[in-house]
Design a protein around this ligand. Sequence first.
Ligand code: SF4
Length: 242
Amino acid sequence: MTNSTIEQKTKTIEQKTKESRRNSAGPSFSVSAQSNEPGPDCPLCPRLKDYRDANRAQHPHWFNAPVPSFGPVDAQLLIIGLAPGLQGANRTGRPFTGDFAGDLLYGTLIEFGFARGVFEARPDDGLTLVDCRISNAVRCVPPQNKPLPAEINTCRSFMTAAIGEMPRLRAIVMLGRVAHDTTLKGLGVRAAAAPFAHGAQHQAGTIRLFDSYHCSRYNTNTRVLTPEMFRAVFASVREYLD
Ligand code: SF4
């Protein structure tokens, strides 16, 4: 698929999303005029909205909103995770910040030159991403870290828009099967043509897709994913971009 095809597809999805917003938006729903990010009160997934409201009541000082992408929009690399963790990104407002998954991810990004600074699991730790941007397949925290298929489908419009707004994008790392499947759908790549496997690479037009197991605590504790396996993925990305 060519970049112009992706652009066209993104425009179509954005148009559909705008229509959906016109039809379903509650009074507090807004989308930032500066970007394709959902507004803090996005109502498109009722279950996640209810969960967000409950978390706001219980933890009023937490972020408790759709977590925006992090990193420069002109980066060549985009990393797509699953969804914010309850006490991670949902609490801090920055992807992979505040729970275990961020330790391995940001440590690896620093090692391969995709991040600069010291990761201290706080959004004000001064860490910056270098030629790299991080987003999630689903922007709102789901109960038990498990978004429903309908929620993944609904939030895909934001993920696809995030892809479409990166003019220099050349590589996407998809963390886990959910990120893999929704990215393929968003880009119009047939699933059978790009089966998920840790370390696998696929091509979507001019964009190289890299599969990885998700860097969750569960996957690392069970040795489904070791730090060496994770580093190998980013070594391949580094080699591809260089
Ligand atoms: S998951 Fe995405 S589409 Fe659903 S409510 Fe949150 S921001 Fe909106």
